[in-house]
Write a protein that binds this ligand. Structure first.
Ligand code: AMP
Ligand code: MG
Length: 405
């Protein structure tokens, strides 16, 4: 068959070949305010205890633990950010607000609702055990302990935890620089009027977007006409600057598919071409000088996003020593019968919903053609249907793969 790979390798084998080719990027130190979505190259440890000092969990009075019915003299106040120097002894109370340091000599806090205030004194209306309403120093994080492990992706909560831990900055992997190149004479820019036989270039923007979502820095997408010399020139330029080159289309061997011969001419070493995957069969992968990873993704938009999710996203994570994207759940039951492909594993666009009994059910989101972008819109994940004869029946358990989106 002209234009098709001769032999197809399993998805897992293809992914392993990709991961085996990854040389992790160097690390750099960045301010916390600029670290969102970066991957930690080093653990973050607490610089001191968090909270740094014992403090009050309530608005009320710092007192010595004891019985109800005591009348205590109010001798001062400790506010958040303004601790008192005064030491408290028996028979005394110090007014405290939430987060204020517990004054020396106090062992508990009585909330103001459990007191009666009268002329510079408080009457305790409840028994107050030791440490009641006191947040201990280090209760959240202990000085020196690991708060975030290397390999963690820094989301807003991780940044908050790093800041609370006293980190001034974080050491993260350099972001992979990704060049996205779309090929095809038929492609027009978004919104451009279409001539006969032309379509809009959806892959360039989609692939830059999923690369950014995967922690990469995407260069302005480039477009290559179906011409051998220009294909060599454009890919050559991308190889000079990028850590990862992502091509879409032109990866078969038709008269207008120039990607493979161009990559060969540029000395990019092929690791595989052809995966037992639907959609995504003609996926090509190779490595150029300087360990640049080169992916030749199929041109059909769904195939491009699916193969990016399965092969490129794990590579971008591995370049940063991070964790590959995971689907929201690892397995689900099929909601309907799905006809198997005899030789290729299918990545089926599915929505995930809980059945009344709580089990997770995966239902195809619509027609599964590799050109049907609209059925990718509602997809929560990819349900993997193994190759084989006949159908996989409703109720069968399928593995899920993450869809970068
Ligand atoms: P190819 O792999 O170049 O033969 O392309 C396969 C199919 O995907 C063809 O129908 C192309 O028109 C379409 N296609 C290729 N590149 C893009 C793109 N960047 N955006 C949308 N469709 C594309
Ligand atoms: Mg093409």
């Amino acid at each position: 068959m002209l234009g098709n790979p001769v032999s197809l390798i399993p998805i897992a084998e293809a992914r392993q070949l990709v991961l085996d080719s990854v040389r992790p990027l160097s690390a750099e130190t960045v301010p916390l305010t600029q670290a969102i979505d970066r991957v930690l190259a080093e653990d973050v440890r607490a610089r001191s205890n968090v909270p740094p000092f014992a403090c009050s969990a309530m608005d009320g009075y710092a007192i010595q633990a004891g019985e109800s019915g005591r009348r205590l003299r109010v001798i001062g106040e400790s506010r958040a950010g303004m601790p008192t120097e005064t030491r408290l002894t028996e028979g005394e109370a110090i007014r405290v607000s939430t987060g204020a340091a517990i004054p020396a000599g106090a062992s508990a806090v009585i909330p103001q609702e459990q007191t009666e205030v009268d002329d510079g004194t408080v009457l305790t209306l409840a028994h107050t055990p030791e440490a009641e309403h006191v947040r201990g120093a280090g209760e959240d994080m202990v000085e020196g302990s690991v708060v975030l492990d290397a390999g963690t992706t820094l989301g807003p909560i991780e940044l908050g935890a790093a800041i609370a831990a006293g980190a001034p900055d974080v050491t993260v992997a350099r972001r992979p620089l990704v060049a996205v190149l779309s090929t095809g004479d038929e492609l027009r820019e978004p919104g451009e009027p279409l001539g006969p036989g032309e379509i809009h270039n959806s892959n360039a923007t989609m692939l830059s977007g999923v690369a950014t979502r995967s922690g990469a820095r995407a260069l302005e997408p480039d477009h290559i006409p179906d011409d051998r010399e220009q294909t060599v020139a454009h890919i050559g330029e991308a190889l000079r600057v990028a850590d990862v080159v992502v091509l879409s289309g032109g990866v078969s061997v038709g008269p207008h598919d120039h990607v493979k011969p161009a990559l060969a001419a540029l000395g990019v070493h092929e690791r595989f071409w052809g995966v037992a995957l639907q959609p995504g069969k003609p996926t090509w992968f190779g490595v150029a000088a300087g360990d640049t990873l080169v992916f030749g993704l199929p041109g059909n938009p769904v195939s491009a996003v699916v193969t990016f999710s399965l092969f490129v996203a794990p590579a971008l994570a591995a370049l940063q020593c991070g964790h590959a994207p995971r689907p929201p759940h690892r397995h689900a039951r099929l909601g309907i019968d799905i006809r198997r492909n005899p030789i290729r594993e299918q990545a089926v666009r599915v929505s995930l919903r809980a059945a009344p009994d709580g089990t997770l059910v995966a239902r195809p989101t619509g027609a599964q053609g590799s050109h049907i972008l609209s059925s990718l819109l509602a997809a929560d994940a990819l349900a993997m249907v193994p190759a084989g004869e006949g159908s996989l029946e409703a109720g069968a358990v399928v593995a899920l793969e993450a869809l970068v989106r």
